[in-house]
Design a protein around this ligand. Structure first.
Ligand SMILES: Cc1ncc(COP(=O)(O)O)c(C=O)c1O
Length: 396
């Protein structure tokens, strides 16, 4: 079986088997070309681009994205990434001593850092709710609902978790939080394109997204969705001029759209990523990558002591899945910037890029696939993992 016909739209290094789209998702040709065209246009006449057309074009790109997200464009602002969007929410959340921000134990490390810093500055605190293992929907919602207290001022929860790669029951979680009058901020970079998003009916207050994961937008493209009931409180963590550079009527987005001089090309070309993913291409990406990841996961689960981790069934994931690995004698928990020896060996001996790490003291391997990956690449990877783990068993 060969690759997908759309694979030729990507320009990946043939020396590498790239199975980490979940961390950094490269763009297909039309998206790269659109980003380059916007940058060229800026270079030809900077005053025209920055002062007259940028805001209009950002609005146009936002409208295209709003269609995919099933929301109204005036609820969306385009920002560099989900990290920046989360920082905006942190700057916009009033907190005082004694208040609490609740996160789950599956939240992304950088997100945890953002809220710890914000809470420290306000004399408030973060709390972490441990979800059931594995996080089945009903029990997950119940665990979060039980952890919401009168002092909880915000719930921060992933739509699709990072290390554990599971889809959380967002609609039910938002409903439980609203019943207790707790606003919800969703950390959603993996959900864009992976899932059908209906932001206006999800029930959250904020949704932070990145375009450079499954939607294959340019690196440095993301968004913040804000419910109108929160709009007036929006504050910027990067203070600049604040108003509209083109002199149009004021909008809640103004302080977030001019952050000093920077090339808006990635944000403008995000619209081209949405256009690339027609409904057929979107369905094809999900079908193709799910088949690849399911087969690879099956193969990994045949290796002694490799277990399903947080996604026990094939229906629990789309294009990214993690499995739990046996721990070696000298294994130390590490994650960001401290790759596991398995990740290093896959990269250095086999030319394969994956994500490994630790979550809650457990050792995991996460595989991602997109339209440019082939069944043979996944087979190569699982065979290499089997060989490395066998060597680890011998060394134990
Ligand atoms: C769950 C989750 N949240 C937030 C982020 C941060 O995304 P970005 O680096 O695009 O801001 C990531 C990145 O991998 C993530 O997996």
């Amino acid at each position: 079986m060969t690759g997908h016909p759309l694979a030729s739209e990507w320009d990946l290094d043939p020396a590498c088997v790239y199975l980490n789209h979940g961390s950094f998702g490269p763009s297909p040709r039309p998206v790269r070309e659109a980003r380059e065209a916007w940058s060229r246009r800026l270079e030809r006449q900077p005053m025209r681009h920055f002062c007259r057309e940028m805001e209009i074009e950002l609005d146009r790109a936002g409208e295209v994205l709003a269609g995919l997200l099933h929301t109204q464009p005036d609820r969306l602002v385009l920002l560099d990434n989900a990290t920046f969007a989360m920082n905006v929410v942190a700057a916009s959340t009033p907190l005082k001593p004694g208040d609490e921000v609740l996160l789950t134990d599956h939240e992304y490390g950088a997100v945890r850092n953002i809220w710890q810093a914000r809470c420290r500055a306000a004399g408030a605190r973060t709390a972490s709710v441990s979800l059931p293992f594995p996080p089945r929907p009903t029990e997950t919602t119940a665990a979060i609902a039980a952890a919401l207290k009168p002092e909880t001022k915000l719930l921060v929860v992933s739509h699709v978790t990072s290390a554990t790669a599971c889809v959380l029951p967002l609609r039910e979680i938002c409903q439980a939080a609203r019943q207790r009058s707790v606003p919800v901020c969703v950390d959603g970079p993996h959900a864009l394109a992976m899932l059908d998003l209906q932001l206006d009916s999800l029930g959250c207050d904020y949704y932070c997204g990145s375009g450079h994961k499954w939607l294959c937008g340019p690196f440095g493209s993301g968004f913040l969705w804000v419910h109108p009931r929160r709009r007036d409180a929006i504050q910027t963590p990067i203070v600049s001029w604040g108003g509209s550079i083109a002199g149009r009527p004021a909008s809640w987005k103004d302080s977030l759209q001019w952050l000093g001089t920077r090339d808006p090309a990635p944000l403008l070309a995000l619209a081209d990523a949405v256009r690339f993913f027609t409904p057929d291409v979107l369905a094809e990406y999900r079908r193709w990558s799910h088949a690849l990841i399911s087969a690879a996961r099956q193969r990994l689960l045949q290796i002694p002591d490799v277990t399903p981790f947080c996604t026990p069934a094939e229906t629990d994931f789309v294009s990214m899945a993690a499995v739990e690995l046996p721990q070696t004698a000298g294994w130390k928990p590490g994650y960001h910037g401290h790759p596991d020896s398995l990740q290093i060996q896959l990269r250095d001996r086999h030319g394969i890029e994956v994500l490994t790490g630790s979550w809650s003291g457990r050792r995991f391997l996460r595989l991602s696939a997109h339209l440019y990956n082939t069944p043979q690449q996944l087979e190569l990877c699982t065979a290499a993992v089997a060989e490395i783990l066998q060597q680890e068993r011998r060394d134990r």
